[in-house]
Design a protein around this ligand. Sequence first.
Ligand code: DAH
Length: 351
Amino acid sequence: MSKLEDIRTHALSLIEGVSDLLVLDNARTKILGRKSELSLFLRSLKDMPLEDQKRVGAAANALRAELEELFEKKRREFSSASYESALKHERIDVTRPGLKHARGHIHPISRVIKDIVTIFSSMGFEVVEGPEVETEYYNFDALNIPANHPARDMWDTFWLRQNEVKSEKSKVKSDRLLLRTHTSPVQVRYMENHNPPLKIIVPGRAYRYEATDASHEFQFFQLEGLVVDRQISIANFKGVIQEFFSRLFKKKITVRLRPSFFPFVEPGFEVDISCVACRGAGCSICKKSGWLELAGAGMVHQNVFKAAGYTPGEWQGFAFGFGIDRIAMMKYKIPDIRLFHSGDLRFLKQF
Ligand code: DAH
């Protein structure tokens, strides 16, 4: 019994000195573990006389229970103390204001696209998109640019790979894949599935395999427009495009059409607008001409209608296409197209 008393005194003083959970675990092994004095003592009970065994055994088990409870109590104290201290030191104040100036904003190109879409939507145009990876058929053939036609050289193309696919109408078409060189292929894609009357715009990326400089990028944005009905004329086009540019630049713009050639229109023309900087007087931006060359356009070629599955001669329409980057450069006086994709925050933060 006095041996048990010694074990108890020793254990209590050891537990008294414990300062954290880890030390507590070590102390527990020392006092209650398989090789502890108490365990050895319990195992030695069987060598005692029977009447002692009962009395001493009961006392030893009681001591064991007492110490176990004590450890459990200490453990609870320590863990709630460490929880309390974590709450105090690791508290997150969700009511504190966030970091200032960390908010991004829309890219100048996206902003111009948004403005363009808003204006055309208000005039009843539907916004349509098409794939950037395009087939040779939609990019060229369907637009009346047959293989070996010299006009095909007007576009330097990123070719992708040969692909054996069949069109929806299951005619085998020329189907090498490429990155579209313009947004015009969406004209035919749309008309294949929609009947006139129709008014659409197609904003999107286009790609050309060419060296870059201040006014050329190998990727850029275009806006395609297409209006088809029974009686659509160039006068309609001029009215729409003049209204559009006037609203976009927030000043009266006049439009000038010059004859030009694009295989998918007949007649075709270049679209100039009165210089947004000098209003036609002549300045460095318009190279003293008073005009800015901005778009290509024309009356949709009947072969394009044929490719879309329309009866030739039944419909008329105009189409146009221009570079969105160039418009953004004019609107925000940006001298170099390469800045748009530079990711340079000093540039981007100005808008
Ligand atoms: N797709 C032509 C280009 O990328 C631009 C263009 C010209 C589009 C005339 C048209 C058009 O719709 O009628 O240079």
